[in-house]
Design a protein around this ligand. Structure first.
Ligand SMILES: Cc1ncc(COP(=O)(O)O)c(C=O)c1O
Length: 398
């Protein structure tokens, strides 16, 4: 009854878990969502009101597929502030970075085309590539991000259509691609004629260390700006419910993506676009970024410390410089999916790492999100996880 492409797609384990997160009393380390208590409700209300008051009928009317010109201009300026040189004509407004990914897949991939991803990788990107009936080539990663040497050994010119990478504070690992590897990756993309899909919803949420140049900027520096398709979003820094993100791409790619978008949704929501335009013009976003970074840093530190206190060496976690996630592991051979079943009974959830692997799942890994966990709740989360851990250990044969 269904199209062949549907058989390769699985429901996101994370979305399924989020149902449990709604249950009263559960502490969720499972979501990848921004903290609702950090939304600028007052500023968003004011922008919404002004949009409706001043926007006339346009906010309720159809709009341009590429996005509202003034918003494209404002996004181009935001990108220039992040060191990505681009003009409004290179911006396509999308329904979140997720739609940017879907459009990129529609434009670049045929059934059977190869797309390179990191292992582990963002789950919904894997879903997008499955729907595109692409072949996924997973490349190992470590604390410096994707292992580009390992990729270089396998990738010959023409082998792959795209390399998908989340260079800053990736989902699920929180890792950042090092500068040396960024240069190496751009170089490899140039040598092999492969497009880079740079997905950057988290880069603005840096709370330690120095911002690294984007792959887009490095490709421009190398004289090949067309090699990188850059995606970003207002979801993590403003509101995911508005469903607004963007693609930065060379004109010929952007034209194709806009064609695909016409078929998908004609254009992104006019009211959301007007709201975000008004909000950006108020200057509140720039003013709030340090506050957001500080709040997430505090949450990272609180959860890391609480896990250390309650679980000690049983659970190893990394210490990302930004974003929303800790990547953890327990001893090899153990299965965090079973640990989750017990943890759910104890009132805390996380995402077992296997979900993020297109192949060779590492079942002893897990993703822990601190974004919605205030410091006092972090203590409760770690206590419950430690209780679950003791039960998990007790049921193992000795
Ligand atoms: C790496 C990555 N890309 C894209 C997205 C999609 O975000 P949105 O469509 O809300 O911009 C997410 C959301 O969790 C993500 O983690």
């Amino acid at each position: 009854m269904f199209a062949r492409r549907m058989y390769g797609v699985q429901s996101s384990a994370v979305r399924d878990l989020l149902k449990h997160a709604q249950r009263p009393g559960i502490v969720s380390l499972a979501g990848g969502i921004p903290a609702p208590d950090l939304f600028d409700i007052e500023g968003l209300h004011a922008a919404l009101e002004a949009s409706v008051r001043e926007g006339g009928t346009a906010v309720f009317q159809y709009g341009q597929t590429e996005g509202e010109p003034a918003l494209r201009e404002a996004i181009a300026e935001l990108m220039r502030g992040r060191g990505v040189r681009c003009s409004a004509e290179e911006i396509l407004v999308t329904a979140g970075s997720q739609q940017g990914l879907d459009l990129a897949a529609r434009v670049l991939l045929d059934p059977g085309s190869t797309v390179v991803v990191e292992r582990p990788s963002y789950l919904a990107a894997l879903q997008t590539f499955a729907l595109a009936e692409a072949r996924v080539l997973s490349v190992p990663s470590d604390d410096e991000g994707m292992n580009v040497d390992a990729l270089a050994e396998r990738l010959r010119p023409g082998d792959a259509r795209a390399i998908y990478v989340v260079p800053d504070f990736g989902n699920p690992t929180g890792r950042t691609l090092s500068l040396a590897r960024r240069r190496q990756l751009v170089d490899l993309a140039l040598r092999t004629g492969t497009m880079i899909l740079e997905d950057d919803p988290y880069g603005a949420l840096r709370f330690d260390g120095q911002r690294l140049p984007s792959l887009h900027a490095l490709a421009l520096e190398a004289g090949a700006p067309g090699r990188v398709l850059h995606l970003s979003s207002f979801s993590k820094i403003l509101s995911p419910g508005l469903r607004l993100g963007w693609m930065v791409a060379p004109p010929e790619v952007l034209r194709q993506a806009a064609l695909a978008k016409q078929a998908v949704d004609l254009h992104s929501c006019s009211l959301s676009q007007r709201l975000v335009m008004t909000y950006l013009a108020s200057g509140r976003l720039q003013a709030r970024m340090p506050l957001l970074a500080e709040a997430y840093r505090e949450r990272r530190d609180a959860l890391s410390a609480a896990l250390r206190r309650h679980l000690g060496d049983h659970l190893q976690t990394n210490r990302p410089d930004g974003g929303m996630f800790l990547w953890g592991s327990v001893a090899r051979g153990l299965d965090t999916a079973r640990l989750l079943e017990i943890a759910l009974e104890e009132g805390v959830i996380f995402v077992p790492g296997a979900a993020f692997h297109a192949d060779e799942p590492e079942t002893h890994t897990l993703r822990l999100s601190y974004s919605t966990v205030r410091p006092d709740t972090a203590e409760t989360a770690a206590e419950r996880l430690a209780r679950a851990w003791r039960r998990f250990e007790a049921e193992r044969p000795h």
